[in-house]
Design a protein around this ligand. Structure first.
Ligand SMILES: Nc1nc2c(ncn2[C@@H]2O[C@H](COP(=O)(O)OP(=O)(O)OP(=O)(O)O)[C@@H](O)[C@H]2O)c(=O)[nH]1
Ligand SMILES: [Mg+2]
Ligand SMILES: [Zn+2]
Length: 378
């Protein structure tokens, strides 16, 4: 399969941004793998190349989120002779799907750059959680991508349960595309396939075990990677995705499969939050006093709406929690602009530019697959 740049997601805006690099005979490449030390990049034609980052790209990045990430378009200097191919520049992202790094850190973690659609995969059973869904919607709103929800594992639930899940999702984000699917009996796969288009990038997110990789496999039409079936030979249980994987679908479209996300950490701003909860904002406008605390204040429209069930109490509480989280994030960020985590990563990348050190580092890293920075399970 010979892929054109357009097949990989290239467009006019990238073309324009690339002009100065073109003159230097650097090549456009799309990053499909972050190996920590090196990156995997796809070039025109579909060739995959292992590349390292130049010191300039590294030092120009003001945070980890500014470093090249999976999905980014970069300018690659192929070098001469034994030179290693090197990323000389990262093109500005057109969209960026991020969350906050899990744990105490206050940093942004890029989950996928330049994505057009985010598939949020859930089911109508134990995984279903409207509060988590609100978080996904808020992150996606911030990213610039379009959300689509897949209520998967439909075969395990009644039609009523599946329909109820869809209705709840619609009540959280009116008009959002929502589809009932089963990756086992291929139900709904046709409609999912309809989102695939040459050059369109789709990323799949959701809890572990909900069926993201199974859906990718369905779209690919053959077994692309192991999913959770018990492996008869090894007797090993579930195969969980441990790193982001990009696959280019033969008929067009680029899929980014992600490891399961346990905690949807907020990475957004107050404005996006308010837009996402516009219903609550509108009610608050009706409060008698403009500085209403929505507690026991006289003429509080929020209180009244909750009492009359016009506003779901849980949704209101979730909004307050998210508001607190964002405020807390902002506060912490101010306090420590540069975390030790970033310094560590700097060190790692520093070493990464020396081939001898890199081999050593690789050896050190090999035994411990746990603790990978990009593992989503936290
Ligand atoms: N019954 C049923 N089982 C499904 C469906 N989709 C996936 N499964 C099963 O659920 C298990 C987990 O599926 P995966 O596709 O590996 O889940 P995942 O979301 O990729 O999980 P992580 O990689 O851990 O994030 C496997 O045993 C699948 O066969 C479905 O629609 N119906
Ligand atoms: Mg998976
Ligand atoms: Zn009020």
């Amino acid at each position: 399969m010979s892929l054109t740049l357009a097949d990989l997601g290239w467009n006019e805006a990238f073309e324009k941004a690339f002009r100065p690099y073109h003159k230097k005979r650097w090549l456009p490449g799309r990053l499909i793998r972050d190996n920590k030390i090196t990156y995997g990049a796809l070039l025109e034609g579909g060739e995959e190349l292992e590349v390292i980052m130049s010191g300039k790209v590294y030092h120009d990045a003001e945070s980890n989120a500014q470093l090249p990430s999976v999905g980014d378009w970069v300018a690659i200097d192929p070098g001469h002779g034994d030179d290693e191919p090197m990323i000389r520049a990262r093109l500005a992202r057109q969209t960026c799907f991020s969350r906050k790094v899990p744990g105490k850190s206050t940093e942004e973690q890029v989950m996928a750059a330049n994505v057009d659609i985010v598939f949020v995969v859930t089911d109508a059973g134990v995984d279903f959680n409207p509060r988590r869904m609100e978080r996904y919607f808020t992150l996606i709103a911030r990213s610039g991508a379009k959300p689509v929800v897949l209520v998967n594992r439909a075969d395990l639930h009644s039609d009523e349960e599946n329909a109820e899940a869809v209705a709840t999702i619609q009540s959280l984000q009116s008009g959002v595309d929502t589809h009932i699917t089963s990756a086992i009996d291929a139900q709904g796969v046709a409609v999912v396939r309809s989102y695939l288009e040459a050059g369109k990038t789709i990323t799949l997110v959701g809890s572990s075990g909900v069926g993201k990789s199974s859906i990718v496999n369905q779209l690919l039409g053959d077994e692309w990677q192991e999913t959770g079936e018990i492996n008869e030979v090894s007797g090993r249980g579930r195969h969980t995705t441990t790193a982001r994987e990009i696959v280019v679908i033969p008929g067009g479209g680029i899929l980014i499969d992600n490891p399961g996300i346990r905690e949807v950490q907020m990475w957004t701003d107050e404005d996006t939050l308010r837009e996402q909860f516009a219903d609550i904002e509108a009610i608050a406008m009706e409060c008698k006093f403009h500085d209403c605390k929505h507690g026991t204040d006289k003429g509080c429209a929020i209180r009244e709406s909750v009492e009359t069930d016009k506003l779901d109490y849980q949704r209101y509480q979730a909004y307050l929690r998210l508001e607190d989280e964002i405020a807390e994030l902002k506060r912490k960020q101010k306090k420590r602009q540069m975390t030790s985590e970033r310094r560590n990563k700097r060190k790692l990348r520093e070493v990464a530019r020396n081939p001898a050190d890199r081999e050593q580092l690789r050896k050190e890293l090999r035994p411990s697959t746990g603790g990978r920075v990009e593992d989503f399970e936290d």
